[in-house]
Design a protein around this ligand. Structure first.
Ligand SMILES: [Ca+2]
Length: 368
């Protein structure tokens, strides 16, 4: 059974005392100037809105100089530039040959080339008429152009389109692809679906890939965020079906289980996740690594998870949730270059969130 993961969003929890309750002396009045308790070291200390007026901002990628970032909007295929302080927002253009899937497809991930200063390349993953594509464009600091298809023929579906892009420390581009609601594709090494792919800047399979094609890892249902830690390890968040979402540590050629396994299992040849969650408390999308932890944005779970990781072993620590129910569906989380900070964005203006166009926003979260 395909489970549509995002319906029935509960009402926001309102964290302020009512006037009536205050008047009745039922709750203590806490002056707004009082200091909040200090956050433990390495945890988020404060969050503030830096940009509003967005409609399903799906992907974020920083320019290497850290002065601005690119942000995609899923359903109108726009790419924006936004300054590091959030004050300046400029529409750069639309990604050509894009369309939605009436569900989760559209303009999804974006990755700025680490060598952008010399090649001006940016990469997007988007849905088109024949399926999902990875495409390369040029952005010279003022406008977006030069659309070149790097990889097409990734099957699309209403749901399970994957869609996130990231450059590895090896200089290759990684992309997550969903099973396009066709489960066996995830186990087919010759299919582009249900995979993490690894390719060159020109869209060729990267040298050293485990099966001699684009496939880097397999057995994924709807892999979402990917992020590398300072040790060069690749962490991935994945939407399970009806029971378990996953945080995986990705290694080349490994099989992450779907559809044989969802969450942990004992099947030979399948690699178990490092952490699982019930789908109501997660349904993850983006991930980022900052200061010894993976941060994972949750859609249905309406929270941001912090999962401690270790530099010298593959164990993960106890996950802790932040902002539960406060801001709605959280989609992208991105490390801010040169700072112990994150950008975090909502997608409440989609069919699942039910809020009007323009209702989404981007936050900056500082880490203590
Ligand atoms: Ca799995």
């Amino acid at each position: 059974m395909h489970v549509i993961r995002s319906k029935g969003r509960p009402a926001r929890k309102v964290a302020v005392a009512t006037t009536a309750a205050l008047a009745a002396g039922l709750v203590a009045y806490v002056p707004s100037v009082s200091a909040a308790p200090a956050a433990p070291a390495g945890e988020p200390t404060d969050i503030k809105t830096i940009s509003t007026g967005w409609t399903i901002p799906w992907g974020t990628s920083w320019l290497p100089d850290g002065k601005s970032a690119l942000v995609t909007e899923r359903d109108d295929f726009r790419v924006w530039s936004i300054s590091a302080d959030g004050a300046t927002k400029k529409q750069l253009g639309k990604v050509p040959e894009s369309q939605t899937t009436g569900g989760e497809g559209g303009l999804m991930g974006v990755a700025v080339d680490p060598q952008w200063a010399t090649n001006h390349y940016v990469y997007v993953m988007h849905t088109s008429s024949e399926g999902n594509r990875v495409a390369r464009m040029t952005y010279d600091g003022s406008s977006l152009g030069g659309y070149t298809v790097l990889l097409k023929g990734i099957k699309k579906a209403k749901y399970h389109n994957g869609g996130r892009l990231a450059f590895g420390p090896d200089g290759y581009l990684y992309a997550t692809t969903g099973d396009a609601q066709t489960k066996p594709l995830a186990q087919d090494k010759n299919s582009l679906n249900g995979k993490i792919l690894r390719m060159t800047r020109d869209g060729k399979p990267a040298p050293g890939n485990p099966f001699g094609n684009y496939v880097y890892s397999l057995g994924h249902r709807n892999p979402q965020g990917i992020a590398f830690d300072p040790q060069g390890r690749l962490w991935e968040a994945e939407l399970g079906d009806s029971s378990k979402d996953e945080l995986n540590l990705i290694k080349p050629g490994k099989n992450y289980g779907w559809p044989t396994c969802e969450g942990n299992c004992d099947t030979a040849g399948m690699t178990n996740p490092k952490k699982t969650w019930g789908v109501a408390e997660a349904s993850p999308s983006g991930v980022a690594v900052v200061d010894g932890a993976v941060y994972m944005a949750a859609l249905k779970g309406e929270r941001m998870w912090r999962i401690p990781i270790n530099a010298d072993n593959e164990n993960v620590g106890t996950a802790k949730a932040f902002y539960v129910g406060q801001y709605g569906r959280l989609r992208a989380v991105t490390a801010v270059p040169g700072a112990k900070s994150l950008w975090l964005s909502t997608t409440n203006a989609d069919g699942n969130g039910g809020e009007p166009d323009g209702a989404d926003r981007i936050f900056r979260v500082n880490i203590g």
